[in-house]
Design a protein around this ligand. Sequence first.
Ligand code: ZN
Length: 119
Amino acid sequence: MAVVAYHCGTATVSESVVDGGLVWDLFHDCAEVTAQECGRGELPPSLRAAMLQQCGTFGVRFPAADRLAVMRVLRGRGLALGGLHDVLANGVTGTAAEMEVLRGQLAAAGVEVVVVAVG
Ligand SMILES: [Zn+2]
């Protein structure tokens, strides 16, 4: 959970994995305003930046032996072929929940990966 700039600056944003997909939730409650917003998929950029900064960046590296299965999963996520080589070599990073979604998709394709904190 990260604290984000919203109204008087005390809103919190959290992410979780529901049915294999990403959901997020923004909540603010002060004397003037009670607000709640939620969405599916990746966080809006400013909220995502706060989440990465406060909760850390997580990463997944791909086992070379499962290259083909990994490629299928990544293409299914809309990754352009041009970026595939880099991603296969370097892995991907993101929020903890984003990496958990990816881990689940890879597991469904028979690829076991570990999500690790990278920063
Ligand atoms: Zn407020």
